[in-house]
Ligand binder design. Structure first.
Ligand code: SAH
Ligand code: SF4
Ligand code: F3S
Length: 457
């Protein structure tokens, strides 16, 4: 359902379009952070193009500069300030608009810093006011005033925003916003508000539309997808089963589920589907029960191992990917070894590894037993080495098998060869004709090369 607020914004889109007509204006956008942010940016780009801006990939030739920011770790924030320095130089000799949006803007110490040290920024908006970007931009253009549009609220769900997708075959669909879990290291609940789910009919009609447009692969997005609540007892497993029925969609993925909410009905919905990927992402964070408790993750080492075993028992061809944080406050050598132990036992296909980064406002930031940087880095490298040891062994099991892959295009390193990914996200390189691009085909895997597999059509 399209809210009044969105109708109002569509009027602002028209107004900005009228101002911009025949001016041939361009935008430059930088998106940081997770897939949810990328999906938000697709909406921002949808609005921008309807307002008469065209994309510029060259940083020096735009009229409007937009960064959709992330604050999950310190390095994401540093990058934004670096970019702002570059934008400032451009603004010194050209009349440009600079806009900042997204998670980082929900942090007061950041917006204070921008006001004080980066006064040349024109528009600042947060995660709860993305839909109001046309209005904020219009006001900035007309009045030449600084626009600050940030709300500190639980958040709402808006339907019907324009969207321009960045890919023609794979699409992301946000199913729920916000997070209620308050893991003690994590800033997301503070910047994205409380959990709220889109209505099943809105999600399903979006995916049906995507299927009609020719999309083959869908990723369902949320900070905690398996706490999706569609109302009247309609749960994540119901949504999976309904998405599975949509004709034309051939691969379904979802990120991220929370281990504590990974119930049997979800496992069974995956088992019963031929489309849902057999690569399941389950964030471990730590293998130590003590650290998990301090992180407020609400499961133990044993419960995590029991969960992956339960999934494997029902879905024998499943593989897992995960997120791990090293160097959480108070993590001892013994705790870290528990993490390595889980990594060995589960044999993850992919691990996204992070060094713990202190976030202002979170409980873990106030903990006294912070780990020295040097130890964090050493542990990070040990985890990385253990994982890399396993890659070749993991790859061996593909050789000789036939894999369903979505052909993405020419290989970057060898433009004679095509490339795509298996259902489990392994890169496959093979010889083939151009017209295979965008299709889902069967490939026989002939050899493994650590970072990719070689195949034959
Ligand atoms: N909601 C998702 C992911 C959120 S952010 C989930 O719960 O899985 C993605 C990943 O960033 C997290 O899984 C975690 O591993 C990492 N992360 C979050 N906060 C962090 C911090 N303060 N320092 C380092 N890594 C962090
Ligand atoms: Fe952050 Fe935890 Fe929520 Fe994930 S579940 S977004 S890690 S608070
Ligand atoms: Fe970053 Fe916000 Fe995503 S903090 S990881 S962009 S939800």
């Amino acid at each position: 359902m399209e809210a009044e607020e969105i109708k109002e914004q569509k009027e602002y889109i028209k107004k900005v379009y009228e101002l911009n007509k025949n001016k041939n204006l361009k935008y430059y956008i930088l998106t940081m952070g997770c897939k949810l942010n990328e999906n938000d940016s697709e909406k921002l780009v949808g609005m921008l193009e309807k307002m008469g801006y065209e994309e510029s990939k060259d940083m020096n030739t735009a009229d409007l500069y937009l960064i959709n920011t992330c604050c999950i770790r310190e390095n994401a924030e540093e990058k934004v300030f670096g970019k702002l320095g570059e934008f400032k130089k451009i603004k010194e000799h050209k009349d440009i608009i600079i806009a900042l949006g997204g998670c980082m803007m929900q942090e007061k110490h950041i917006t204070d810093k921008i006001k004080k040290s980066y006064p040349f920024v024109d528009v600042v908006f947060g995660t709860h006011t993305i839909h109001k970007f046309p209005e904020d931009l219009y006001k900035a253009i007309i009045s030449k005033n600084k626009i600050n549009d940030i709300l500190d609220i639980d958040g709402k769900v808006y339907e019907g925003l324009p969207i321009k997708r960045s890919d023609k075959k794979q699409a992301s669909v946000t199913i729920m916003y916000g997070c209620n879990n308050f893991c003690t290291y994590c800033i997301v609940p503070y910047v994205r508000g409380r959990e709220r789910s889109r209505k099943p009919e809105d999600i399903l009609s979006e995916i049906e539309g995507l299927a009609k447009e020719g999309y083959k692969e869908i990723t369902l997005l949320g900070q905690n997808v398996n706490s999706y609540n569609g109302g009247d007892g309609y749960k994540f497993s119901n949504l999976l089963r309904d998405v599975d029925k949509i004709q034309g969609i051939e691969i379904i993925r979802f990120i991220s589920p929370h281990p504590k909410d990974f119930t049997d009905d979800v496992i069974e919905a995956i088992r019963d589907s031929k489309k849902i990927s057999r690569l399941i992402h389950i964030p471990l964070q730590s293998g130590s029960t003590k650290v998990l408790k301090e992180m407020n993750r609400k499961y133990t080492k044993e419960q995590f191992l029991n969960l992956t075993d339960r999934i494997k028992a029902k879905i024998p061809d499943v593989v897992f990917s995960t997120d791990i944080i090293v160097g959480f406050p108070g993590e001892t050598e013994e705790d870290f070894e528990d993490t390595l132990d889980v990594v060995k036992k589960v044999n993850f296909e992919q691990i996204f590894m992070f060094i713990y980064s202190r976030r202002v406002g979170t409980l873990a930031d106030k903990m006294e037993n912070q780990i020295p940087e040097e130890i964090k880095h050493k542990r990070f490298n040990r985890l990385k080495a253990l994982f890399e040891e396993n890659i070749e062994k993991n790859n061996e099991k593909y050789v000789g098998t036939t894999q369903k892959i979505l052909v993405e295009g020419y290989s970057k390193n060898n433009t004679e060869m095509l490339t795509g990914r298996t259902d489990t996200n392994k890169v496959v390189v093979f010889e083939g004709k151009k017209d295979l691009i965008g299709k889902i085909i069967n490939i026989k895997i002939v050899s493994e090369h650590k970072w990719y597999l070689k195949g034959k059509v």
